[in-house]
Design a protein around this ligand. Structure first.
Ligand code: EPS
Length: 402
């Protein structure tokens, strides 16, 4: 079935993260090396806490691959948590013997899942909420995204991104969907392609750390080489912009998503928002060009052949070393929120997660449009579609062809 889906399981301090990805065609080259490269990128980043010194994320592929290629069966990916060694007792799978229960977390952190999760699941110990709400889960998404990235690359589609602003420090405007910008961002430990801005961002993180505070920012994710016509205007669930917004918004701590010009469209007249369509015979299969890409590559819920450009705003991490007011759930009295080891800023990591989600959403849309059970079939279907885009477009008018 050409429906791409994935599930993840695993607690932050449990034994491992597990992901299952179904719906890939057979014959896609997959290996731990490419997955581990993205996992390593997600772990880097100025402002991470002590946890990243413990973890060295490495994937094991345990199903769906033979001889370095997918079989067409579900893929299973496992990432052990090295920190599990330190949590074996308090995170044990088996029942706690009476009298050996670990100390409970009872001081909900404003901005975290603690309070709502307690109400929802009926947990006393907030650790039962925070273990899964933790962004540790995103390592599994990055593993899935890396496999999807490999699928996209085989079809000539590249995905990258960068950090546009961090803690209010805004970098200079960057050229759109530029592999050089993506490469420069990969060299920076704040994922910013501009060196001077990177220094200022690091300073902002240092200051936040001293103040016991945390920082967020804006990240940008982009894709080049996406064929027009992915997604659909036919049904609200099929709109690719809606799917992308949901995928990015589902990343922990993301509070806003923009596509193309984003919220700026609200204040501009249509003549300055919409991208003109000009004749241009550089590509015989698509003989037109767009002098601007304010739409971010998406019109009517479909890809339009231009680069996909989306941005996401991450809020500052809610675990504060100088905690905010909260309520002690044992007494109902005013207290300060729970404090535990955490990150000052995880924006560079969130960028890698956002790239992974973009890879997944595009791979799913390609699977839906082009089907196929083997890579050869997918490639042939995509190629036939591209050939069919030849101008003049559209089926011939009745009686126009003899
Ligand atoms: C997180 C808290 C920190 C982060 C963690 C997310 O972990 P710990 O509580 O073990 O110090 O480092 O992120 C990861 C473990 C990761 O792999 O990204 C949280 O509370 O969300």
């Amino acid at each position: 079935m050409a429906t791409l889906r994935f599930l993840t399981a695993g607690e932050s301090h449990g034994p491992q993260l597990t992901a299952i990805l179904t719906g890939l065609p057979a014959g896609l080259r997959v290996g731990a090396e490419a997955v581990n490269a993205d996992l390593a990128r997600r772990q880097r980043g100025y402002g991470r806490g002590g946890r990243m010194a413990i973890e060295q994320d490495q994937v094991t592929l345990t199903a769906g691959v033979r001889g370095g290629q997918t079989l067409g069966s579900p893929l299973a990916l496992v990432i052990p948590n090295r920190d599990w060694e330190n949590w074996r007792e308090s995170m044990r799978i088996e029942a706690f013997a009476p009298g050996t229960e670990p100390a409970e977390v009872r001081l909900p952190r404003p901005g975290h899942a603690d309070l709502a999760g307690m109400a929802k699941f009926g947990h006393r110990d907030l650790r039962n909420v925070l273990e899964r709400a933790s962004a540790r889960e995103t390592a599994a998404r990055v593993a899935v995204g890396a496999v999807c990235r490999g699928f996209l690359e085989e079809l000539g589609i590249a995905v990258g991104g960068y950090v546009r602003s961090l803690g209010g420090v805004v970098g200079p405007e960057q050229p759109e969907a530029s592999p050089a910008v993506w490469a420069a961002a990969r060299e920076s430990d704040v994922a910013c392609p501009d060196e001077e801005t990177s220094l200022l961002m690091r300073e902002a993180i240092d200051q936040a750390q001293v103040a016991g505070d945390t920082l967020g920012g804006w990240l940008v994710v982009e894709a080049r080489g996406v064929p027009p016509g992915l997604g659909s205007c036919g049904d609200w669930t099929e709109r690719l912009d809606g799917q992308l917004a949901q995928a990015l918004m589902s990343i922990p701590a993301i509070k806003a998503v923009e596509i193309g010009l984003g919220s700026r469209v609200a204040d501009l007249p249509g003549s300055r928002v919409h991208d003109p369509i000009l004749p241009d015979d550089a590509d015989p299969h698509w003989p037109l060009s767009r002098p601007s890409n304010h739409a971010g590559g998406l019109e009517g819920g479909m890809s339009n052949g231009e680069p996909i450009v989306a941005a996401a705003a991450m809020k500052p991490i809610p675990t504060l070393r100088h905690p905010l007011p909260s309520v002690d759930l044992d007494t109902g009295e005013a207290a300060t929120a729970h404090v535990e080891r955490s990150d000052v800023c995880a924006l560079p990591a969130a960028l890698v997660v956002a790239e992974a989600m973009l890879c997944f959403v595009l791979a799913r849309a390609l699977r839906e449009k082009f089907g196929g059970d083997s890579m050869a079939e997918v490639r042939a279907n995509l190629e036939a579609y591209r050939q069919g885009l030849n101008a003049p477009w559209g089926p011939p008018k009745e009686g126009a062809r003899s």
